[in-house]
Design a binder for this molecule. Structure first.
Ligand SMILES: O=c1ccn([C@@H]2O[C@H](COP(=O)(O)O)[C@@H](O)[C@H]2O)c(=O)[nH]1
Length: 315
């Protein structure tokens, strides 16, 4: 089934477009929790796996999709990678869509290897087997068409999705993305080309398998890009810890509350570290995460078209 149709079905089923970001940092894990693991690298990697699984247990009934930031797992080498793989599979087993935030790309032949690694199948003996089997992957479009085409081909074949960086959420995003060439900002050129790459790959919902990463921290550009990129699903990071609000992300949605997933990583998974949550939930870190997800669901429902997803059956 087409990725955008699967994603839209999942968003409608749970009634919210939240993407929970899982970016495990050992220094931010609940202290009571971390103490249970050996202090060596395999021990830390195992703590990341158990923490990630614990987050998944809480959020699986509440949200459609989780995004794993590969960097925090890669930091712990082979054991870290194994932890990412294990929790990603665990999340899929619980019915969540899994997005790997790896921002991969390279020359075409290497891009093809990345695409097969994360989204497709790799040759093993006489047959082909999935390796990471993610539902979606973030990609960097700045190598141009021949770097993107292999990802799109594999994603189309496998029913998977892609989100290409268009307007990132970080403070220095504009250093290159706002440079003017031929009368337009670089991010606008990327958006224009992305629309061409995406057009042949629309699903029944009208949305393409190729989406755009657009930061919540630049609401004017977000609104402009939504208007110029109909049918392109958005992955919107920057809500919460980076300062983006529900009002900032409101323009990302279409009139049905579809067309965008709003990521929140630290604001949800480290909710227990906030003094108010400590006072309310004590050492119950999973309860604090659950409470934070419910707060974000309500915030988006109140201030954006995502409120239209809250049917009585989804409550
Ligand atoms: O433009 C971008 C692209 C990716 N990210 C990633 O999203 C999360 C955001 O984490 P928060 O804790 O919610 O700030 C993180 O994994 C980033 O690497 C982004 O922030 N901006």
């Amino acid at each position: 089934m087409h990725f955008a149709d699967r994603l839209n079905a999942a968003v409608k089923r749970v009634g919210t477009p939240i993407c929970v970001g899982i970016d495990p940092r050992p220094e931010d894990l609940p202290p009571e929790f971390l103490d249970k693991f050996p202090g060596d690298r395999p021990g830390v990697a195992e703590s990341l796996r158990v923490f990630g699984d614990g987050v998944v247990d809480v959020v699986a009934p509440l949200v459609p999709i989780v995004k794993f930031q590969a960097a925090f797992y890669e930091a712990y080498g082979p054991e870290g990678f194994a932890a990412l793989h294990a929790t990603a599979q665990y999340a899929q087993g619980k019915g969540l869509l899994v997005l790997i935030d790896g921002k991969r790309n390279d020359i075409g032949s290497t891009a093809d290897a990345y695409a097969r690694a994360y989204l497709g199948k790799v040759p093993v003996g006489e047959s082909f087997e999935p390796s990471w089997n993610a539902d979606g992957l973030t990609v960097n479009p700045y190598l141009g068409s021949d770097g993107i085409t292999p990802f799109v081909k594999v994603a189309a074949r496998e029913g998977k999705g892609l989100y290409a960086l268009v307007r990132t959420s970080n403070a220095s995003a504009g250093e290159f993305q706002d440079l003017i060439a031929d009368g337009k900002a670089i991010y606008q050129h990327v958006a224009q080309r992305l629309a061409q790459w995406a057009e042949p790959y629309r699903g029944a919902s009208g949305y393409s398998l190729l989406g755009a990463v657009v930061g919540a921290t630049y609401p004017d550009q977000l609104a402009e890009l939504r208007a110029t990129l109909p049918g392109i699903p958005f992955l919107v990071p920057g809500y919460g810890t980076q300062g983006g609000s529900s009002k900032d992300v409101a323009p990302a949605f279409d009139t049905d509350g579809l067309g965008a997933i709003i990521n929140n990583s630290r604001g949800l998974t480290y909710a227990y570290s906030r003094p108010a949550a400590r006072a309310k939930y004590g050492a119950e870190w999973q309860a604090a995460i659950e409470g934070a997800v419910h707060e974000m669901i309500a915030d988006l429902a109140e201030n954006t078209n995502a409120g239209k997803l809250r049917t009585p059956t989804a409550e």
